[in-house]
Write a protein that binds this ligand. Structure first.
Ligand code: PGA
Length: 374
């Protein structure tokens, strides 16, 4: 089962009632594109939680807290317990955000107590981990993440109520985003840790988000990485373009490997191939050509290089899904090359295109693949 993407918006200590209203208006208006496809949880300040919940009631957006008490109800001035969040209709909370850890002295033991409280109350948790700059420079990223994870395993009984957010502290609010490779390496290592500490099944199903200076521009390459399942967004969650970050996470419907791979039976060339795939690498110029660009599309099972001419390349943005019809396919030096020339049609797939499988159909020109609706 593929993991459903998840995007959290951490508003931190920002905003007024008016700015919250305004933001909700713009976020709910774009929600048709990601309804049922991406889980989205926004975390405003405590006094705005019920108001924001009301504003987004009919949308797929959900509201979470930024913090929760390590204790239950009682004489704990200033604290809100997990049970009280639940009682107020709040189903999510952040725990262990680096600002809580570094500015308010939240220790690993405290994060463990908070998780235990949430598990007991049935509140879902976005558990934040990540290393400081000096820890990264000392090569201790995995060690720090492991320490933070080790602290909480014994408290988690229901992993369905836990999402991990890997947020390198040096990338938070600094504009300095981790490279997709750095983030992927850390995420893969965290998944491996969970696999040995808990089980392979939990490791495969738990969602691991990246956080730290995520924007509508840099999120597309990050989400293309296999172990990045979404984002925890701070600054950019206060802007209407937060919707673009969420829609970038809408998964392309994957091509099925065996059928897709049959394209390599095309000898020496065939026209009439239809493909539905997500752009995973931005267009780059083909050396020695005036206007020919190369774009890589595909899914977890296979990648194909598209040759695209002129202004068609404009729709080939990383993260966007394309519908390509009547393309020209050839084997060149053992590689499949799909050319989108003037006979072919290339356009963005509709957000709710229900294309779900690629069916093979023989014709005179060779092998034809046709997209069908389920
Ligand atoms: P940022 O914050 O996106 O502003 O870097 C991320 C976070 O603190 O969760």
């Amino acid at each position: 089962m593929p993991r459903k993407p998840f995007v959290g918006g951490n508003w931190k200590s920002n905003g007024t009632i008016d700015s919250a209203k305004e933001l909700c208006r713009s976020l709910t208006s774009g929600s048709a594109a990601y309804r049922n496809k991406v889980d989205v949880v926004m975390c405003p300040i405590i006094p705005q939680m019920s108001l924001v919940s009301k504003f987004v009631r009919k949308s797929p957006l959900r509201v979470g807290a930024q913090n929760v008490s390590a204790t239950g109800e009682g004489a704990f001035t200033g604290e809100v317990s997990a049970g009280q969040l639940k009682d107020s209709g709040i189903q999510w909370t952040l725990i262990g955000h680096s600002e809580r850890r570094t500015k308010y002295g939240e220790t690993d033991a405290v994060t463990a107590d908070k998780i235990a409280q949430c598990q007991e109350a049935g509140v879902s948790v976005i558990f934040c981990i990540g290393e400081l700059l000096e820890e990264r420079e000392a090569g201790k990223t995995d060690e720090v993440n492991k320490r933070m994870m080790d602290a909480v395993y014994s408290k988690i009984k229901d992993w369905k109520k836990v999402v991990i957010a890997y947020e390198p502290v040096w990338a938070i609010g600094t504009g300095k985003v981790a490279t997709p490779e750095q983030a992927q390496d850390a995420h893969a290592a965290i998944r491996k840790m969970i696999s040995s500490a808990v089980s392979e099944e939990v490791a495969e199903s738990v969602r691991i988000l990246y956080g730290g200076s995520v924007t509508a521009d840099n999120c597309k390459e990050l989400i293309g990485k296999p172990d990045i399942d979404g984002f925890l967004v701070g600054g950019a969650s206060l802007k209407p373009t937060f919707t673009d970050i969420v829609t970038a996470c809408v998964p392309a419907i994957p091509l099925k490997k065996p059928k897709f791979m049959k394209i390599d039976g095309v000898e020496p060339a065939a026209r009439g191939v239809n493909i539905y795939a997500k752009v995973v690498k931005a267009a780059s110029k083909v050396e020695g050509s005036e206007d020919l660009m190369e774009v890589v599309v595909g899914d977890d099972t296979a990648l194909v290089t598209l040759s695209v001419r002129d202004d068609r390349v404009k729709v080939c943005e990383v993260g966007k899904s394309l519908r390509i019809q009547n393309a020209h396919v050839a084997m060149i030096k053992g590689y499949i090359r799909v050319t989108v020339d003037k006979w072919a049609a290339l356009k963005l797939a509709e957000a709710d295109d229900e294309v779900a499988s690629v069916n093979e159909k023989k014709d005179m020109s060779g092998v034809e693949y046709e997209l069908t609706k389920n």
